[in-house]
Design a protein around this ligand. Structure first.
Ligand code: ADP
Length: 793
């Protein structure tokens, strides 16, 4: 379907002209747009270049020397400048090439349109002229035909009148012959003209006009081809994904890759390297006590009738403050734990979490310092008061003169230069799990030494806080010496002293320097501090023993952790110790310490002589009175009220996990599943859940709060009043669960006071918010106990 066959008509000719006009206008529009684009690109390039200038004005660049971030930033600026140049180059090319080509095409297209119009007019006019000639010749023909007819009739007339001669006849004959000749000539001319017109008309239709249209089509299509190329050029000059831009982007990315957070401050620290401050020793000025005749001794508290009360008040003030600090520490630890917990579930927002964790860490450090300081003071006061023992308080105004030699207190510095063994060092923490170690090392340079077992082999590890926690395994040379990267020593202790005294990095890569040895915490005991006596029970992690503390001879209970258990079980085992160490309540079993110097790790607790409450109830079922049972419920509620106030969720409250002390005092024990948070969502499945003691929302949604402990408390009361009965006896776990969901609740054990059973039912409200809290429970049980006592008086 070419122009030549379809566009011959007059209207098509008009349309073709109009189409060409429209194309010319489109070209003009494009031209205007391109001019604007070139201007915009240039302005953008200038603006980028100004941004680069701004970006390179780096304030105090001296102080940033060696910074990888600065180096990367400079490269980025350079590349931004290259981007600006490239944009400008492309704008120039659009102007000099594309716009120029567009202008040329515009002019040529205009010319082509004009030529087409002229050519069309010319051949059309040729045809018109020929048609007019034919008409004119026909008129002439008719005129000569009339003349001939007239001359012929005149000649015939004269011929008849005058016979066959005479001058007149000759004249008429001559005219007749001329007219005849004229007619014949005109006839021939007419015939030839008709032939010419016929031929021309055919040519116009089949050759000239189609030829012109065909030519015009090819001209116009040629321009379309050029037009497309021109637009392609424009696209290329505007392509931000072109190789050149990609190269810039690649270079920017490469420069960013060279930013390594662990290397950023290498130059800086190298340049500003300083040795850690020497410890400042606060010495007692002995001259101050010279006049005291031995009553006042340097570094020793004086206990006499003038000071004893003050010391006692001071001691109790300190103990209150220590408790407060410990509570604050526990809150921060909980919030850190939560953060860690949340962090595991989402990768987002790390940048926001870190500063909070750091702030917590800082605060924790301050609290630890406060705590340590106060504990030392407490120790000092306690030992001063203890020394007094049963003796009478000496008089502070005794005027007798006694020249006692001064007893100087040993330095509080960690003695690093005496002849101790590694085990004797305060900063040797035995097999303290890594998790605990990490908790102790809070500031860069804090360090301790511990042991770990890997592939059945015992390794000594130096743990250091240095931009995170680093754990260096002490290497053994073939000669049996110990080393890291530097020289080797015959003992690990000497190796650590060398590192500490020299202030040298443990390894070149880590750069970790030992600034401050972290001593064992108060509750970290030596395994040799306890003597195991009789086995009194069997726990989840190992056997439980009656034992004795060597130092004081105090009877204690020791929970051991089987040596063969995997590392994470050992951590779980110690979890109980970590939780218990913060609590101090007559109805909560007390932690004395943990032994992690060597395997087996152990938890040392106060010995609760009556053993497990469940066994106790069963053994003494016949002799226990209702009043005693009620008191047991009261004890348990007091302990739980305390835990509730500390935001501790026990999660495994049951008679088997309570102990019975003197005077049947019930103490909550077994904190292996406890969590210190307001709400705890179980994410690792529901393994080993005590189904019949656990609240429905914890079973169904893994959601634990103190109100779940309230549910368990209801079951515990039921166990107490059934004197060690089995809850939902005869029902499987799943059947019991099903029945509870459908509203079933256990009936009251025989002889349970109504109020007590009502309380149990309230504890078993399906919706946790409808259950009483432990504060309320305690009040109810306490009132009941009081009433009970009165009724028996
Ligand atoms: P686990 O938490 O590993 O299950 P338990 O706390 O239940 O271990 O202890 C097991 C048994 O050891 C208890 O049932 C109890 O008889 C005894 N026991 C535990 N702790 C003490 C303690 N402090 N005083 C006396 N006996 C205890």
């Amino acid at each position: 379907m070419g122009f030549s066959t379809t566009l011959q008509g007059r209207s098509a000719h008009e349309a073709l002209l109009m189409r060409q006009d429209a194309e010319l206008r489109l070209l003009e529009t494009m031209k205007r747009c391109m001019i604007l684009k070139v201007r915009c690109d240039r302005e953008y390039a200038v603006a980028l270049s100004a941004a680069v200038t701004q970006g390179l004005k780096i304030d105090r660049s001296d102080e940033l020397s060696g910074s990888l971030v600065v180096a990367a930033w400079r490269s980025m600026m350079e590349e931004l400048d290259n981007t600006s140049k490239l944009i400008k180059q492309n704008a120039d090319s659009i102007e000099s090439k594309t716009l120029d080509a567009l202008n040329t095409m515009y002019t040529e297209k205009r010319k082509a349109r004009k030529q087409y119009q002229e050519e069309h007019t010319r051949i059309a006019q040729q045809f018109t002229h020929l048609s007019e000639d034919v008409t004119r010749k026909k008129v002439e023909y008719q005129k000569y035909l009339e003349l001939y007819k007239l001359m012929r009739s005149r000649f015939e007339e004269h011929y008849v009148k005058s016979g066959r001669g005479g001058r007149k006849l000759d004249e008429v004959r001559d005219k007749y012959q001329k007219a005849c000749r004229k007619l014949h000539l005109t006839h021939n001319e007419y015939v030839l003209l008709l032939c010419e017109a016929t031929e021309f008309e055919k040519d116009f239709r089949t050759v000239l006009l189609p030829g012109l249209l065909e030519y015009q089509q090819s001209v116009q299509e040629g321009y379309i081809l050029a037009w497309r190329q021109l637009l392609q050029e424009l696209v290329q000059f505007s392509d931000f994904t072109s190789e050149k831009y990609k190269e810039i982007q690649k270079r920017i990315e490469n420069s960013l890759e060279s930013v390594k957070h662990t290397e950023e401050y290498n130059d800086f620290t190298e340049k500003h390297k300083t040795t850690p401050n020497d410890p400042i020793k606060f010495n007692f000025d002995d001259s101050l006590v010279e006049e005291s005749a031995g009553k006042l001794l340097p570094n020793e508290l004086t206990v006499d009738n003038l000071t004893v009360e003050w010391l006692r008040t001071k001691l109790s003030e300190l103990e209150t403050s220590i408790k407060e600090v410990q509570e604050k520490k526990a809150t921060i630890n909980t919030s850190n734990h939560e953060m860690l917990h949340n962090g595991k579930n989402s990768n987002s927002d790390l940048s926001c979490r870190l500063p909070i964790a750091d702030t917590n860490k800082k605060e924790l450090n301050e609290l630890k310092c406060q705590e340590r300081k106060m504990l030392k003071q407490t120790e000092l006061i306690k030992s001063a008061l203890n020394e007094l023992g049963c003796e009478e308080v000496p008089s502070g105004c005794d005027l007798s003169i006694d020249n006692q030699p001064f007893i100087s207190n040993s330095s509080e510095q960690v003695a690093l230069s005496t002849n101790k063994t590694l085990m004797d060092e305060e900063w040797f923490h035995g097999v303290l799990p890594r998790e605990e170690v990490v908790r102790l090392l809070t500031q860069d340079g804090d360090f301790l030494v511990r042991e770990t077992t890997r592939n059945d082999e015992c390794q000594t590890v130096l743990s250091v806080c240095w931009g995170g926690h680093k754990h260096f395994i002490v290497q053994t040379t073939t000669e049996g010496l110990y080393r890291f990267e530097g020289p080797a020593f015959p003992s690990i202790r000497e190796l650590i002293l060398y590192q500490f005294n020299g202030g040298l990095p443990v390894t070149g890569r880590s750069g970790a320097i030992l600034y401050k040895p972290i001593p064992r915490e108060r509750w970290e005991l030596n395994n040799d501090d306890v003597v195991l006596l009789d086995k009194i029970g069997r726990g989840n992690f190992g056997d439980v023993y009656k034992a004795q503390l060597k130092s004081t001879g105090q009877d204690v209970a020791v929970k051991t952790c089987r040596v063969t258990l995997p590392e994470d079980h050992k951590k779980k085992f110690l979890q109980e110790g970590r939780i218990l160490k913060q609590y101090d309540h007559p109805n909560i079993v007390k932690l004395i310490g943990i032994c992690v110097q060597k395997q087996p790790i152990m938890i040392v607790m106060e010995l609760v002589p009556g053993g497990s409450l469940l066994t106790f109830l069963r053994k003494n079922s016949t002799i226990l009175t209702e009043g005693q049972l009620m008191n047991m419920c009261l004890d348990a509620s007091a302990g739980m009220r305390y835990l509730e106030s500390k935001n501790c969720i026990h999660r495994d409250l049951a008679a088997r996990n309570c102990l019975v002390g003197y005077s049947n005092t019930v103490k909550i024990s077994d904190f292996g599943m406890s969590r210190e948070e307001e709400e705890y969502i179980v994410s690792d499945g529901m393994k080993q859940i005590p189904i019949k003691w656990t609240a429905p929302e914890a079973l169904n949604f893994g959601k634990y709060t103190s109100l779940c402990d309230v549910w368990s408390y209801g079951i515990l009361c039921w166990e107490i009043f059934s004197r060690g009965g089995t809850p939902y006896s005869g029902l499987s776990n799943s059947k019991a669960r099903e029945k509870i969901d459908s509203g079933y609740r256990m009936p009251a054990p025989e002889n349970t006071p109504d109020e007590m059973y009502r309380l149990m039912l309230r504890c078993w409200e399906y919706q946790p918010e409808n259950r009483p809290n432990f504060e309320q429970i305690f009040t109810v049980v306490d009132t009941l106990c009081q009433a009970y006592k009165i009724s028996f008086l």
